[in-house]
Design a binder for this molecule. Sequence first.
Ligand code: BTN
Length: 240
Amino acid sequence: MREIHFQTIDSTNTYAKEHKNEFAKDEITCITADEQTSGKGRYQRTWVSPKDAGIYATFYFTLPKTTRQIGSIAQVMALSFAKVLLHLAFKPEIKWPNDVRLKGKKVSGILCEISDSSDFFEFFLGIGINVNMDEQAASQIDQPATSLFIESGIRWNKKELLKRVQDQFTKDLLLFKKEGFTPFHKQLDELLALKGEMVRFHDGANVWEGICHSLSSDGQLNLLLSDNTIQTLSSGDILK
Ligand code: BTN
């Protein structure tokens, strides 16, 4: 894996998109920063990225145009990170589609941007992880947030942690290339947050109410509605 590191940058995703022509097409390039001045989240949100408090990384790689279910790559990354956390004795859950949570609070978010303007798909897969962020900083975030430090009382070595994420994701991407989303489905479904709970879901146009039921075989969210039917949702967010 090729690595590019910055002390300060606006956003590692933005940098990756602007410099994509400089990156090899047959390996992963990982762009990281100690802080981001304009960290980006999903749906034009901001990702709070204070100096040294977290991991801010973008993985650039390509996949052939024939690849199916490219939209589930962010879920593969969420699972890669969740597996790293499980190994470190945390108990992660994944709020659909790809927020990693500890005790109901967000510890990591993923922003996957995809370009199809070449002969292959180009991925700008950004992950932000709250590592050594303290309570005071976490409370400034506009949704319930936590960090590995807050949950464990331990200050984590960001370099070692990033290496674990890189190694796990490299393995998982290889498996995705060979077998698609299927090998990831069961564990993602097992880690699905809010399972069995009544939730509200915003799909951009409508708000759905139902019980968070399961992950469909292709990574969509199954909601159980009050009329006992399953509504499968492919994009949007749980409002909780
Ligand atoms: C979200 O949960 O809304 C997604 C957050 C993604 C944040 C990461 S931090 C590294 C990369 N660079 C960015 O500007 N965003 C992603």
